[in-house]
Design a protein around this ligand. Structure first.
Ligand SMILES: Cc1cc2nc3c(=O)[nH]c(=O)nc-3n(C[C@H](O)[C@H](O)[C@H](O)COP(=O)(O)OP(=O)(O)OC[C@H]3O[C@@H](n4cnc5c(N)ncnc54)[C@H](O)[C@@H]3O)c2cc1C
Length: 211
């Protein structure tokens, strides 16, 4: 989208850095059904329950969709919301989940909670589910480094301001600056990484105008 185009190094850094999906599934209940000292329920599977109807409607190579919910790692209690639980899901299963109705997702979560805990779990009264992967303005959650990619090189290339110092004269330097988690060599993926890159670029500007 840049005109003129970004330099080759920057383009290949964007190509090389992968962008993954993490979603949250908030479940609200009329009242809590877990013990006071319970911080959450983590799910460990031996074998997944099979839903025959769903399985038969899928083509070969898509069978993981029948057990997408096995990617839900667990449900945590939520600070300041005593009757809510927060489920976590990642990857292609998260993207698939995003295509489903909230009511279906909520019902499956209740089924999981019932079968894993044996507790008397009521139906959910409300759900709040993120859809970071399919949101056209977001398209994912945060970067990760795929096998075979030199992460340090990619993060550095993405972080470097434009135009490059050796290619400009005088006040034309620093026309475009880059911050955000994907531009931190060590703390990419994190909020503190994103914050530190903002500080880094602010300091870059301060020293530019102070010189
Ligand atoms: C479910 C989930 C759980 C997480 N948990 C943790 C955690 O426990 N700890 C942790 O450290 N990190 C966590 N993270 C990661 C953390 O949230 C991100 O690394 C961080 O928010 C990245 O900040 P950023 O400023 O780089 O980008 P963002 O916060 O994504 O900000 C980019 C902004 O740019 C805006 N934007 C996009 N396109 C345009 C455009 N064309 N024009 C104008 N604005 C635009 C977006 O709307 C957005 O506001 C989590 C992320 C997710 C999704």
């Amino acid at each position: 989208m840049f005109e003129p185009s970004l330099p080759e190094e920057k383009l290949s850094a964007i190509e090389n850095l992968s962008f993954g999906i993490v979603d949250k599934i908030f479940l609200f209940f009329e009242k809590s059904f877990w013990p006071d000292d319970c911080a959450g329920v983590q799910l460990v599977w031996k074998e997944g329950p099979e839903d025959k109807d769903v399985y038969e409607s899928l083509s070969e190579g898509e069978t993981w969709k029948k057990t997408w919910f096995k990617k839900i790692t667990g449900f945590d209690t939520v600070a300041r919301h005593p009757t809510a639980l927060c489920g976590w899901i990642t990857g292609r299963e998260a993207l698939y989940m995003e295509s489903l109705q909230d009511s279906e997702i909520g019902a499956i979560c209740v089924r999981l909670l019932r079968s894993f805990t044996g507790w008397s779990v009521p139906e959910v009264s409300k759900t709040l589910i993120t859809r970071w992967g399919s949101d056209p303005h977001v398209r994912g959650s945060y970067t990760f480094i795929s096998d075979g990619v030199n992460g340090v090189e990619a993060h550095k290339a993405l972080a470097s301001p434009l135009p490059p110092k050796d290619k400009c004269r005088g006040r034309k330097h620093l026309q475009v600056l880059f911050a955000g988690e994907a531009t931190h060599v060590n703390f990419y993926t994190t909020t503190h990484g994103a914050y530190l890159t903002g500080v880094r670029e602010a300091e870059r500007l301060i020293s530019y105008y102070a010189d």
